[in-house]
Design a protein around this ligand. Structure first.
Ligand SMILES: NC(=O)c1ccc[n+]([C@@H]2O[C@H](COP(=O)([O-])OP(=O)(O)OC[C@H]3O[C@@H](n4cnc5c(N)ncnc54)[C@H](OP(=O)(O)O)[C@@H]3O)[C@@H](O)[C@H]2O)c1
Length: 270
C-alpha cells in the first residue's frame, strides 16, 4: 500500500526539527539559491542564522522572505575581501559570542574556455570561490572554538571538481581546491572538535544555473543527462548541508558529499 506521507516524511524528517535549537550558523551568500534555502531550513530547525551578501537591497529582501526576527542577522560582507570577513566575524562575535556551524557557500560561476579566461576573470573566480572560502573559515575559527558539543563547517564545492570541464577550467579548479581545504582543515581542526566537509551540488536550479545555462534547449539536454531524471533544487542541497552541520554527521570529516542526481557516478557514453 502506498504511504501518502512518504514524500513529506522524506523531505521533512520530523526528528530533525530540533537539530539546531540554540545553535548559531553562518551562511555566506545567503541572499539566494542554496544559501537562502539552507538558511530557511536551519531557521525552521531552530537555529539562529547569519547570512551575508554583497548588496544591501538583496539582503533586505532575503530578510523579508525569511521573516525570522531576532534569530536572523544579515550582514553585508564581500567574501572576496578578507577585511569584510574579519568585520563579519567581529559582528557575529559581538551578537552571539560563538558559532556552531559555517556554510561557506558564496561563489561565482564563471564559465569560460581556457582561451577566454582573462587575468581579471581568473582573479575574480579565485578571489570569491577559493580565497573567500579560506578566509571565511580562518576568521570564523575563534568563534567555532567556543562552540560546545562540536562545531561543523561545510564548504560549497561542485560536481565539476570530479570531472574535467572544458568550459570552466578555473571554476572547476577552485572547487577542487575547496574540497582539498575540507580535507586539510578537517584534519587540522579534528583535535578541536570541529568537523570540515564539502558538498558538491550537481545541476541545481538557481540564479547561477540560469546565468550559465541560458537556453531552454540546453536545460533540457542537461536534464536528460541526469540519471535521476530531474534537475536539482536548492532544497536538495540544503537538506544535505543541514545533515553535515548537525550532530547526525558527528563521525564524518574531510569528505565530499555529491548531491547531483547521479551525474558524477555514471560514465558518459558507452
Ligand atoms: N547552481 C548550481 O548548479 C551549482 C552547482 C555546483 C555548485 N554551485 C555552487 O553553489 C554556490 C551557491 O550558488 P547558487 O547556485 O545558489 O547561486 P546564486 O543563487 O547565484 O547564489 C550565489 C550567492 O553567493 C553570493 N555571493 C556571490 N559573490 C559573493 C561575494 N563576493 N561575497 C558574498 N556573497 C557573494 C550571492 O549574494 P549577492 O549576489 O547578494 O552578493 C548569492 O547569495 C556557489 O558557490 C556555486 O559555485 C552551484
Amino acid at each position: 500500500m502506498t504511504n501518502e506521507n512518504t514524500t513529506d516524511t522524506h523531505r521533512h524528517d520530523r526528528g530533525a526539527t530540533h537539530d539546531f535549537d540554540g545553535r548559531t550558523v553562518l551562511v555566506t551568500g545567503g541572499t539566494s539559491g542554496m544559501g537562502l534555502a539552507t538558511a530557511r531550513l536551519l531557521l525552521d530547525r531552530g537555529a539562529s542564522v547569519v547570512i551575508t551578501g554583497r548588496d544591501d537591497a538583496r539582503l533586505r529582501r532575503a530578510e523579508d522572505e525569511l521573516d525570522a526576527g531576532e534569530r536572523l542577522f544579515a550582514v553585508r560582507a564581500d567574501s572576496a575581501r578578507p577585511a569584510d570577513l574579519a568585520r563579519l566575524a567581529a559582528a557575529v562575535g559581538e551578537r552571539y559570542g560563538r558559532l556552531d556551524g559555517v556554510f561557506a557557500n558564496a561563489g561565482v560561476g564563471v564559465f569560460e574556455t581556457p582561451a577566454e579566461v582573462t587575468e581579471e576573470s581568473f582573479d575574480r573566480t579565485v578571489d570569491v570561490n577559493f580565497k573567500g572560502v579560506f578566509f571565511t573559515v580562518q576568521h570564523a575559527l575563534p568563534l567555532l572554538e567556543k562552540s560546545t558539543g562540536g562545531a561543523s563547517i561545510v564548504l560549497n564545492a561542485s560536481w565539476t571538481l570530479h570531472r574535467g570541464l572544458p568550459n570552466a577550467p578555473v571554476y572547476a579548479a577552485t572547487k577542487a581546491a575547496v574540497h582539498n581545504l575540507a580535507r586539510t582543515l578537517g584534519s587540522a581542526f579534528a583535535g578541536r572538535g570541529i568537523r570540515v566537509n564539502s558538498v558538491s551540488p550537481g545541476y541545481i536550479v538557481t540564479g547561477m544555473f540560469h546565468e550559465v545555462i541560458t537556453e531552454t534547449a540546453q536545460q533540457d539536454a542537461v536534464r536528460a543527462g541526469v540519471p535521476l531524471g530531474r534537475l536539482g533544487e536548492a532544497a536538495d542541497v540544503a537538506e544535505t548541508v543541514a545533515f553535515l552541520l548537525s550532530p547526525r554527521a558527528s563521525y564524518i570529516t574531510g569528505q565530499d558529499l555529491v548531491v547531483d542526481g547521479g551525474v558524477v557516478a555514471v560514465a558518459n557514453g558507452w
